[in-house]
Write a protein that binds this ligand. Structure first.
Ligand SMILES: Cc1ncc(COP(=O)(O)O)c(C=O)c1O
Length: 358
């Protein structure tokens, strides 16, 4: 239909620029051109074999029916136990809800908290989905500049940005797209400050385990209960376990916030796939195999980072700091903009076209 009357909520959202680049690469590939597509944040590893085996086991044993909207009891227990083992976090199953990936976890958290007119703090640079979630809820994204501290958020920056209307801040550390990690002490200061000002914190921990030494994985789920009242952790199996297509994640939040998220989800996706929940629970229960699989993948990402960043810095006009985490390289190309190229997107397009036409 040419004139489909898209709702105001969805019309206010912008399309994903990452997806535009990925689409361009996939069209070129369909034309037989050899393109390496680094636009979408997707591990090139296959899901570890033992996790696939658990999924087959789940299917064979008949786990093909609905689970509770919050996820199976086994899934939630396994998350509780895993966070206790890894981070000494003391959680209860009613603080956990399974979701279809980290993205749905973020949506559930934002949609159950935000009202029209609320302000949502988003540190720059940010993952493209964050402001769109806020806009979908008719809240107003307010961006925080972090360049003064090398793209790492500080409590002072948050303090200066809070107003009477601030309801939520969305934090992502290790960060997409910068790979920067907020030091643990600073992150705690930020969350304590927010809790003292009754500002909720949605912390996207999908790259939790991608922190390279000396940085170490730290989850806000391990904070004391009185602070966690204001915190929702959005977790995901996508990147950690190379499971992007399985669509499974979870939230860790106050029981009342969790209840609201489960209510919302019970009217949309209901829950992530039952035998996928089982496979993930088994993977977390088999903590030694999980640790081994994750550390062999993160060691490879670290090796690639150590090669890539110095190579990028050899390109005329490129500047790239060393990321402490995630698997992104955020290259500063501002020195090249203004002459031949009008934007970073134009530079990316020129590189794609010139390399492929030579
Ligand atoms: C910062 C960030 N959060 C969340 C997601 C979504 O992950 P999931 O596949 O778990 O929905 C991504 C995916 O690229 C991401 O980069």
């Amino acid at each position: 239909m040419a004139n489909f009357p898209v709702s105001e909520n969805v019309a206010a959202m912008q399309g994903s620029s990452t997806m535009i680049a990925a689409q361009m690469a996939s069209e070129m590939r369909a034309r037989g051109i050899d393109v390496i597509d680094l636009s979408v944040g997707e591990p090139d590893f296959d899901t570890p074999e033992f996790i696939k085996e658990f999924a087959y086991d789940g299917l064979r044993s008949g786990l093909t029916k609905y689970t509770p909207a919050s996820g199976s009891a086994k899934f939630r227990e396994s998350i509780v136990n895993f966070y206790r083992e890894e981070f000494r976090a003391e959680l209860a199953p009613n603080e956990i809800a399974a979701s279809c990936g980290g993205k749905q976890a973020l949506f559930n958290a934002a949609c159950t908290l935000l009202d029209p007119g609320d302000e949502v703090l988003i540190p720059k640079p940010y993952w493209v989905t964050f402001p769109e979630i806020a806009r979908f809820c008719r809240a107003t994204p307010k961006f925080i500049e972090t360049e003064a501290n090398d793209l790492v958020l500080t409590a002072e920056m948050v303090e200066a940005a809070i107003t009477d209307k601030t309801r939520l801040i969305i934090i992502n550390s290790p960060n997409n797209p910068t790979g920067r990690v907020i030091p643990q002490d600073e992150l705690i200061r930020i969350i304590e400050l927010c809790a003292s000002r009754k500002v909720y914190v949605l912390t996207d921990e999908c790259y939790l385990f991608f922190a390279y030494p000396p940085a170490r994985p730290f989850s806000s789920a391990a904070l004391p209960a009185e602070i966690r009242e204001y915190v929702c952790v959005a977790g995901s199996f996508s990147k950690t376990f190379a499971m992007t297509g399985w669509r499974i994640g979870y939230t860790i939040a106050d029981p009342e916030w969790t209840k609201a998220m489960v209510k919302l989800q019970s009217h949309s996706a209901t829950h992530p796939t039952s035998f996928v929940q089982y496979a993930c629970a088994e993977a977390l229960d088999n903590i030694d195999r999980t640790r081994e699989a994750v550390s062999s993948m993160t060691a490879e990402y670290e090796r690639r980072r150590n090669w890539l960043i110095p190579e990028l810095n050899k390109v005329n006009g490129f500047k790239c700091g060393m990321p402490e985490g995630a698997f992104y390289a955020f290259v500063d190309v501002r020195g090249l903009i203004g002459g031949r190229w009008a934007s970073s997107a134009a530079i990316a397009e020129a590189m794609l076209k010139e390399a492929t036409s030579s």
